[in-house]
Design a protein around this ligand. Structure first.
Ligand code: ARG
Ligand code: GLU
Length: 764
């Protein structure tokens, strides 16, 4: 808690000014004044005391709801350097920045950067699409792709983007009639009924949708009125050696040199409204597109990131954090260690497998690495001890207030014991989900089983209806499937499943397969080859010939007898009975306790500024461009340059190769208008509080111009989902000038640059 890192929060000072001296006494005795702070600075002006105290509100922390910025954040943002108003960011009466921001496919963020619907997001967000269009001889992963005109842009069935038209606080309506005395079921059914009424009553056009989401663990509710476009075409992507330079070695790390971007275009019907794909659709004309700054950023510059963060857990009980660090993260990491080693070996030795498994590998490895950073960060920053101190202060205040004591008195203890009960089931859940999802044989088994269910519920007609869906899904899955890779995965993961957990959680069918009662233990290897040799599930041809081409009743009989299907079903069944049945009520209880605890924190810890945990809704976060000190004696700058690409360059390497053309541009210092003083910047970092889902989010300068594209966080700070620490939590962005340089100079796609609006805010 350094004084310099703290921004005075004017709201808080206002609140303080309204209170009396007693409040100051309370603040002085309260644990959050850092030790070195309290003695040394008590004699200084009030404001300084406050600067220390207020360090609970950490500069950069928070993912804020755009419609509340004016009330909660505008003053602070301006004090940090913002030159526009909250209304320029979010307004329902006039065009605002939010009109240029989209949820990209529900898992990333994108932004409109031209009046012809040109959309920017990350390379890793577009990666599935890039992979789908790639073959061995048209390898867009390796070589990149650039459409020279609209006609060459590639269609992507299933991909969509969603704009937020308006956000409304509907807490009052949704919680109308809800009382503390209600049990959870009564509460939920009243909320559902209320929410339905709200959904019906919300004003919207027929091409718009609306959904309601809980905030603050269900203490508040907001409605989102949206517009979704379904014809999204791929415009361009750099080769992976630029878009994913440094791959998994560099992932979640600073310094970074990745040009993690790709471009799409939104298409609309002739009326500019959402329309299903049609060759007659036209480029969408947006309400707003972002201007792009060519001026770069300087240290301490104000920046904001606008997008759709997925999930954070900032208000957990310390015992929950402890479990993450000691139980859940380590278990998931260990399982993925094994899965990744298997896939990696195959990918390095086989070009086709490298394409097939590229996206799967990247996503398995992404969380695997993040969890490791998370453990490290939470440990180093003493997150658990800090939570405990906070809880102590909370309890002290609650105990001192009879009214609070009656409703919140036991909440911490209750949470602690509920997490105690959860522990072993939570671990079993992670084991099951991690292992089950990595073995693809089980995905096929799940598809086949859906046919059995359809047959048993709705006879032949049901079966045939389901069959079409299953065939399509299998087709898609088999494209990215290799039976040898999967059998290796099966053998290492089933071994963990069988050996590394209490027998109560292990499927007896699985144990019997390996170790039949009337025969000797056949061992994992033999069990694996038996399954993979016998089961037709390992190829689309076999599955069709041996199962799907038969009559429904015959097929159902065969599927039910298939060993792989039986194994899968027994594992699911064991999970449902032995894990989920026990875990769900505990989790429901925790959810309710956590909701009460959330409200309690807002009531009791008044000096703290609360923001709702991320839930994939539109948020704004703001901070300053800043390096950081990861550990003693080491200091990181905030910019990386192309010089760093060349330092990392390893010819022919899987992760660090650099395309010849890029090297040539670097040698000639041919950076066009995008470089500065013979140098080309690549990435930069700032203290914006971001998380998964913020990938592809625009980084905006003080005027709202696009300066960067968010794509990652730094290693020491990945824990910010649980414990944001302003001294080490940084988000990583590609400098927008590097994006333009690649598009223009490397890809020769200058026609795209012409669509954009480039500005020089610093030359004003
Ligand atoms: N860590 C970033 C995120 O969470 C980037 C992931 C893509 N890159 C990769 N090498 N897997 O999504
Ligand atoms: N790469 C992440 C994503 O895909 C964003 C980085 C983060 O988690 O902060 O959303």
């Amino acid at each position: 808690m350094q004084l310099t890192a703290i921004v005075v929060n004017s709201e808080l000072i206002n609140r303080f000014n309204r209170t009396n001296g007693a409040a100051l006494m309370k603040f002085k005795s309260f644990n959050f004044i850092p030790k070195n702070c309290s003695m040394k600075y008590l004699k200084l002006a009030l404001i300084v005391i406050f600067t220390c105290t207020v360090s609970m509100v950490k500069a950069g922390e928070g993912m804020w709801l755009p419609l509340l910025l004016e009330r909660l954040n505008e003053k602070e943002m301006k004090s940090m350097g913002m030159k526009i108003s909250a209304k320029d960011i979010y307004s329902i009466n006039k065009g605002s920045l939010k009109d240029a921001i989209v949820s990209f496919g529900g898992f990333c963020t994108g932004e409109v950067i031209s009046s012809k619907g040109l959309l920017l997001t990350n390379h890793h967000c577009g990666f599935d699409v890039i992979q789908n269009h790639s073959t061995l001889d048209r390898n867009y992963i390796r070589d990149g792709f650039w459409a020279k005109n609209n006609a060459e842009e590639l269609v992507n069935p299933g991909l969509y983007v969603t704009f937020i038209v308006r956000i409304e606080d509907v807490s009052k309506q949704v919680l109308n009639g809800v009382t503390r005395e209600m049990n959870e079921r009564e509460r939920q059914s009243l909320i559902d009924r209320n929410a339905n009424e709200v959904l019906k009553a919300v004003k919207r056009e027929n091409f718009q949708s609306v959904f309601i989401r809980p905030f603050f663990e269900g203490n508040q509710y907001f409605a989102f009125i949206t517009e979704t476009y379904n014809d999204i075409r791929l415009v361009g992507a750099p080769p992976s050696s630029i878009g994913n330079f440094g791959k998994d070695t560099d992932n979640w790390m600073w310094p970074r040199h990745t040009g993690d971007f790709s471009m799409f275009r939104i298409y609309a019907g002739k009326d500019n409204k959402p329309a299903a794909y049609s060759p007659d659709n036209v480029p969408y004309v947006p309400k707003r597109s972002l201007s792009i700054s060519l001026d770069g950023v300087a240290e301490n510059d104000f920046t904001m990131v606008f997008g759709f963060p997925g999930r954070t857990m900032e208000y957990l009980h310390s015992s929950a954090v402890e479990q993450i660090v000691e139980v859940n993260d380590p278990a998931k990491i260990a399982i993925r260690d094994k899965a990744l080693a298997v896939i990696d070996e195959f990918m390095r030795n086989d070009e086709e497998i490298k394409i097939q498994y590229a996206s799967k590998y990247a996503s398995i490895s992404n969380s695997w690495k993040k969890w490791q950073g998370e453990i490290l960060g939470l440990t180093r920053s003493n997150a658990i001890a800090k939570k405990k101190t906070y809880e102590k202060e909370f309890q002290k205040r609650v105990d001192a207030n009879p009214q609070w004591k009656s409703v919140y008195g036991s909440i911490l203890g209750d949470l602690e014991s509920a997490y105690g009960e959860l522990k072993k089931y939570g671990l079993a859940r992670d084991y099951f989900l991690e292992i089950n999802s990595k073995i693809e044989l089980f995905a096929f088994a799940g598809q086949l089983n859906s046919l059995v269910n359809a047959f048993e519920q709705n006879g032949e007609a049901g079966y045939r209806q389901q069959l079409d869906k299953v065939k399509l899904k299998l087709e898609e899955l088999y494209k990215e499937f290799n039976a040898t890779v999967d059998s290796r995965l099966f053998s290492v993961l089933i071994e963990m499943y069988l050996k590394d957990q209490p027998s109560e959680f292990v499927s007896s069918y699985a144990s019997n397969l390996r170790n039949p009662q009337d025969a000797a233990d056949m061992g994992i290897e033999k069990m694996t080859s038996m399954i993979y040799q016998e089961s037709p599930l390992i190829s689309n041809d076999k599955i069709r010939k041996l199962y799907l081409d038969k009559s429904p009743s015959e097929a159902v009989g065969l599927i039910k007898a298939d060993k792989a299907v039986r194994l899968y079903l027994d594992m699911v069944d064991t999970y449902n009975k032995q894990v989920a049945a026990k875990l769900n009520p505990i989790q429901a209880n925790i959810n309710q306790l956590q909701r009460t605890y959330m409200q309690a924190q807002m009531d009791v810890m008044k000096e703290k500024k609360f923001y709702p945990d991320a839930n994939s809704t539109l948020r704004l976060t703001y901070g300053n461009v800043k390096g950081y000190q990861p550990r003693d004696g080491v200091k990181y700058g905030f910019y990386s340059y192309m010089d760093g690409i060349m330092e990392k360059y390893k010819p022919g390497d899987y992760e660090f190769d650099v395309p010849e053309k890029l090297r040539a541009l670097y040698e000639k210092k041919d950076f066009g208008p995008y470089g500065r003083n013979g140098k080309m910047t690549v990435c930069f970092i700032a203290s914006n509080h971001t998380t998964g889902g913020n990938s592809g989010s625009p980084a905006l300068d003080a005027y709202g111009n696009l300066v960067g594209l968010n794509f990652d966080r730094v290693w020491e700070g990945t824990m910010s989902d649980i414990n944001y620490d302003p001294s080490i939590c940084r988000n990583i962005m590609v400098d927008i000038r590097y994006v333009l340089f690649i598009v223009d100079k490397y890809a020769g796609a200058g026609h795209l640059i012409k669509e954009m609006k480039l500005v020089h805010p610093k030359k004003k």
